[in-house]
Design a protein around this ligand. Structure first.
Ligand SMILES: C[S@@+](CC[C@H](N)C(=O)[O-])C[C@H]1O[C@@H](n2cnc3c(N)ncnc32)[C@H](O)[C@@H]1O
Length: 245
């Protein structure tokens, strides 16, 4: 049976440890591009285990993380114990009106209702504040990355490419950014990366184990991966930013 969009959005609750152990963070150039000059208060919305939150904190910003999954928030708090991490959703962040200079949404806009999320984000942004949404996309021009992607996405009804999001009427002057970078990645960790994905998290245990066995076979046999401790995993971070009227 195919999982619903809502079931997939909620599935991260069951994959938090794999997520924290395997998912990429974000390149500094993308983080700099996301934040307007002079910004101080930032909401990292759908913060997950804090992959982007950590970079924002490292840039000296005052960050509040909002994330609905208790298990994901627990990983974030383990990594970043001094960051305020609140339960909440894109429709209801729980933050006061006009309380932040920037909102970031990494790898999560596709889980939101764009109209209600846009209205909520516009509410919490100060006038002139910025929304930036980002996705890390693995670069499948590298053959082993394409082979890995085929195992991950075969039969997945959700789109695997990202286009300019539809922001609401109070968020304007949309600009696109693209940032190429390379992650040093341990092939042994590809299993956790696969297991952290909503498509696999919502499969039956047998289906999931069959996909993970395919990942294990790829790691054991692909000439670029077999016997390697660490390999290059190329990414393109695709981003869009907009300003609040
Ligand atoms: C793929 S993870 C991204 C986490 C983090 N931003 C990152 O870049 O690693 C997607 C996150 O969106 C959260 N999420 C799903 N639906 C949401 C909603 N309606 N509002 C806010 N967060 C949501 C999930 O709990 C999950 O932690």
């Amino acid at each position: 049976m195919t999982a619903s969009h809502g079931e997939r959005a909620g599935s991260f609750e069951h994959g938090a440890a794999d997520y924290a152990a395997s998912r990429p963070d974000y390149p500094d150039a993308a983080v700099d591009w996301a934040i307007p000059p002079g910004a101080r208060d930032v909401l990292d919305l759908a913060a997950g285990t804090g992959k982007l939150t950590a970079s924002l904190v490292g840039s000296g910003l005052d960050v509040v993380a909002v994330e609905p999954s208790a298990a994901m928030r627990a990983e974030l708090t383990r990594l970043l114990p001094h960051v305020r991490a609140l339960p909440g959703t894109a429709d209801a962040t729980g933050l006061p009106d006009e309380s932040v200079d920037a909102v970031t949404v990494a790898q999560a806009w596709h889980w939101f209702d764009p109209a209600t999320a846009s209205a909520e984000i516009a509410r919490v942004l100060r006038p002139g504040g910025r929304l930036t949404v980002l996705w890390n996309v693995r670069d499948e021009t590298e053959p082993w990355v394409a082979a890995f992607g085929e195992i991950l996405h075969r039969g997945d009804p959700m789109p695997t490419h990202y286009v300019q999001p539809a922001f609401g009427p109070r968020l304007e002057a949309v600009e696109a950014g693209e940032f190429r970078w390379t992650q040093r990645f341990r092939p042994a960790n590809l299993r956790a990366l696969a297991a952290s994905r909503s498509f696999l998290l919502t499969m039956t245990p047998d289906e999931r184990e069959a996909r993970l066995a395919e990942v294990d076979a790829l790691v054991a046999t692909h000439p670029t991966l077999a016997g390697q401790d660490v390999v290059d995993l190329p990414h393109v971070t695709r981003a869009w930013r907009a300003s609040r009227r």
